[in-house]
Design a protein around this ligand. Structure first.
Ligand code: GCW
Length: 851
């Protein structure tokens, strides 16, 4: 008998077994090094590096130069298992780290390749005076760092070290953190802020330095350290002095800080009567404040602004424009080299649902297009990838095409707000790739989004990439061990938006989990299919994420999108579904795209299936390009996606012993939950479609689960049946059983399964609090015991904390008695939804689905 869900009482046994089978892992790994583990290479892999020098000569004494040479030494000695000495002079074989200028004076025999781009590097071999050198020359300190990390990445991934010259695709490559001064993080899932606690900057900023190192290794050069829903007193002088310590911690890694500022600061902090951006006193206040910041933080990157949106005050209060607001901040920054990142995320969240022409997707373009060319040269409009809000599938925001005389940057979201919140493995690089590769056909010419945000299409000097990251104090930064692949992927795409998702995940997996071929192929594959699978078991055809919009944006909350001012409407009724955004009959949103793309989206003949319901309202019986009706496709994809998720723990268990036990167990727990939660999603969405459309699933699956025994249908002692509304979303059949008897409760049933081998899954609720315990008993004998001791989201049982314990290879015969005993803990009442008994053979289908 194997279990797929490990729990507290099993862990002791498993941990011991893990130690025995994985003697190669010298120490437990908690993920804190991210992909910079520098794991010792096996002897065979080391042979290709025997000729590498064992000395590092640092020519640059600057903070960045010192970080670069120190990190190179650390990585080489750890991976190659040999002492590496640090030197300041040439004279025997060595790696030489410095700026191009340093190199050219120390090693005149070496000639830098022509035209190394800003922040770029050259890695090359050079001979001089009978010695062999590996030169790592940065255009500047940033380039030195990026060069040494490039070398270390080659070795960590067991690739040959070869000469290379690279530079980042664009100057802006930032991470935004939505950290609050009280230590919480908006839409962060990995614990408390690394910057703030209790209204102050943390005393211990060691994690900030460690984060800077990770960011430098993927080429990120800026961090906005606080929530865009910014604290009123952000620019208070005392706070700024504290914030300067964060800048100090990042500085050795070439990471410059920015702060998100409330536009009302002149009033709230400065005590002025107004914050009207055209008022001379207001302009003078910003000038003074900006100068004050630069005395504290000489390399300050600039301001980030969210205004006139979701309750943030802004220039609209005075009838002024975003350009007026951005420019009053930009002018004083200019002399210091700072920038204003002004968010294009400006919309009205009190839209009228009854107005069929109202459309949140229009807002970015409508609010900014008329301002093109009116911004100071150091203003950048930061535009979310899609016109709504980081949904699992959106078209590219048309605003990117409308600002040819303005700097723009793309904003993506590494923190998985609408894509599983670091509880589901969802590798986002393939999603970002689809955005970056979308050809927007500006002036009917090739204009892929990646060429717009790297400044090429409109010849803009400032441009680039921003991602909301939201790391936290938890050891592994982003909670799910796999979520770090998204941070890595974001940085790599910002560096080079032409990199393939396959290359990115392969680099990340090798550095994070090791080069074992089975480990690499499994983790690469699971990640590469995960976005598609998530889309399949959540929101299909561009309808939207279908998450709970008015709640945590996480589990299913299908109708939460409708009948409110937030404008994430799906416009569903009994006949059809989807937002009509056509020019002909809808909101006209499609007309915001350049003509070729607008024509493609406007016509049902050419609109791609995956964006159909974003662009059009159609009947459930509408036939897609793939030949299926909307409703049948929805049913099918939800079964397919959930099957892929079900394969994750199966595939993962094959890696036992090939990776360290600590991360193995943590990941397995999360993948088990994801598999169970994918079924919850599937059932919620499919049953809602069935109810709404009245059209049954051709394959008879939806609403019919012959393998399932509902808790409420079992003989209960102590357990009480409780209703959960709506019936299709939170619990199977809208009911679950909860135990309020302190002595414990029981659910019993007589089975009538044909003789055979089965897997038995218990779908139960494991809320954030308490650790209820369970015992699954077959004919009087315990076949599985576990505790609901995880902290899945939510305080009360609902879809978000519905998870599963499975025992496999159980032999059953007709007449067996199955009993589940539950014991509550604190306010968690050992809640149970159903038990599902499936013949072992049906696993084969599961594996096929994941191919
Ligand atoms: O999606 C919404 C988020 C808010 C966020 C906002 C934004 C920081 O739910 O939490 O606020 O986007 O991007 O400003």
């Amino acid at each position: 008998m194997n279990t797929t869900k490990k729990t507290a009482n099993w862990r002791v046994v498993l941990a011991t077994a893990g130690l025995l089978s994985s003697g190669m892992f010298a120490h437990a790994e908690n993920g804190s090094e991210g992909w910079l583990r520098y794991a010792p290479l096996p002897a065979a892999a080391k042979t290709q590096y025997v000729a590498l020098p064992g000395r590092v000569v640092a020519l640059d004494n600057s903070a960045m130069g010192q970080s670069a040479s120190g990190e190179l030494k650390r990585g080489l000695s750890s991976m190659l298992g040999q002492e590496v000495s640090a030197e300041t002079k040439l004279g025997s074989d060595a790696f030489i780290v410095g700026t191009v200028a340093d190199l050219q004076s120390a090693l005149p025999a070496w000639h830098a390749p022509a035209g190394i781009g800003d922040e770029g590097f050259a890695v090359a071999q050079a001979q001089s005076g009978g010695h062999s050198y590996w030169v790592i020359a940065g255009k500047d300190g940033h380039g030195e760092l990026y060069g040494i990390f490039h070398v270390l990445q080659s070795i960590a991934t067991e690739k040959p070290l070869v000469a290379d010259t690279e530079a980042p695709s664009a100057p802006i490559r930032w991470a935004d953190e939505w950290d609050n001064f009280d230590g919480t993080i908006e839409r962060g899932w990995a614990g408390r802020s690394i910057f703030f606690e209790g209204g102050h900057v943390r005393a211990d900023l060691s994690r900030v330095g460690a984060y800077g190192r990770l960011l430098a290794s993927i080429g990120i050069n800026g961090v906005a350290i606080n929530n865009v829903n910014a604290n009123k007193m952000t620019l208070d002088s005392d706070m700024l002095k504290q914030i300067a310590r964060i800048a100090d911690a990042f500085r050795p890694w070439g990471v410059h800080i920015s702060v998100a500022v409330p536009m009302a600061s002149p009033q709230d902090v400065g005590g002025l009567k107004t914050f009207d951006p055209l008022d001379p006193d207001v302009a003078a206040w910003w000038q003074k404040k900006t100068d004050e910041i630069y005395t504290l933080i000489p390399d300050f990157a600039g301001y980030l602004v969210k205004a006139d949106s979701e309750g943030q005050r802004g220039p609209a209060q005075y009838g002024r424009t975003p350009a007026d607001a951005a420019n009053v901040l930009a002018r004083p920054l200019k002399a210091h080299g700072g920038v204003v990142m002004y968010r294009g995320f400006v919309y009205n969240n009190h839209l009228d649902w009854n107005d069929m022409k109202a459309d949140r997707a229009r807002a970015g373009y409508d609010n900014f297009r008329y301002l093109d060319g009116k911004f100071e040269p150091n203003v950048v409009i930061q535009i979310k990838n899609g016109p709504i809000d980081f949904q699992v599938r959106e078209p590219v925001s048309p605003l990117f095409t409308a600002l040819p005389h303005t700097n723009v940057a793309i904003e993506v979201q590494t923190t998985q707000e609408y894509t599983g919140q670091a509880h589901h493995m969802v590798f986002l690089a393939p999603m970002w790739r689809t955005y970056l590769d979308t050809d927007l056909r500006v002036d009917s010419k090739p204009s892929a989004l990646k060429s717009i945000v790297t400044g090429k299409v409109f010849q803009r000097p400032l441009s680039g990439f921003v991602s909301v990251v939201n790391v936290g104090l938890e050891d592994n930064w982003m909670h799910h061990p796999m979520s770090m692949a998204n941070l890595y992927g974001y940085g790599r795409l910002a560096w080079n938006p032409d990199l393939s998702s396959e290359q990115i995940i392969d680099e990340w997996t090798r550095m994070t989990w090791g080069n074992n071929p089975q480990v690499v192929s499994t983790i690469d594959k699971l990640n590469l299919e995960s976005w598609h699978a998530y889309e399949e078991y959540t929101g299909p055809l561009g309808v939207g994420g279908l998450t709970n919009i008015t709640g945590p944006h996480y589990g299913p909350g299908i109708e939460s999108a409708e009948r409110n001012g937030w404008g994430q409407w799906i416009r569903a009724d009994h006949d059809g579904i989807g937002m009509d955004r056509t020019v002909a009959t809808g909101t006209g949103f499609i007309g915001q795209y350049p003509p070729e793309l607008a024509a493609k989206y406007e016509s049902l003949k050419t609109c791609p299936d995956e964006l159909l319901l974003f662009m059009h309202h159609v009947p459930y019986t509408y036939v897609l390009h793939n030949g299926k009706t909307v409703v049948q496709y929805t049913y099918d994809t939800h079964y397919d996606g959930a099957k892929i998720a079900a394969s994750y723990p199966v595939e993962w268990r094959k890696l036992k012993g090939l990776i360290d036990n600590e991360r193995y167990e943590k990941t397995l727990t999360m993948l088990n939950y994801q598999a169970a939660h994918a079924d919850v999603w599937r059932d919620a969405v499919d049953q809602w479609f069935a109810k709404m459309s009245g059209i049954p699933d051709k394959l008879g699956r939806v609403g019919h689960d012959p393998d399932r025994i509902e808790a409420e249908a079992m003989d209960a002692t102590g357990y009480k049946t409780t209703d959960m509304a709506p019936y299709f979303e939170n619990a199977s059949n809208g009911k679950f059983a909860a135990c309020s008897d302190a002595a414990g409760c029981s659910l019993k049933t007589k089975l009538d399964k044909p003789m055979g081998t089965y897997s038995i899954g218990v779908q139960y609720f494991d809320t954030v609090q308490g650790a209820s315990s369970f015992d699954l008993i077959l004919d009087g004998k315990s076949i599985g015991q576990w505790k609901a001791d995880e902290t899945w989201p939510g305080r009360r049982p609902d879809a978000d904390n519905s998870t599963r314990f499975t025992v496999e290879n159980i032999h059953l015969k007709p007449g067996d008695t199955l009993e589940l005993r539950g014991k509550s803990d604190k306010t968690e009442q050992a809640p149970v939804d159903y038990i599902e008994i499936t013949p072992e053979g049906s696993k084969a289908q599961m594996k096929m689905a994941s191919k």
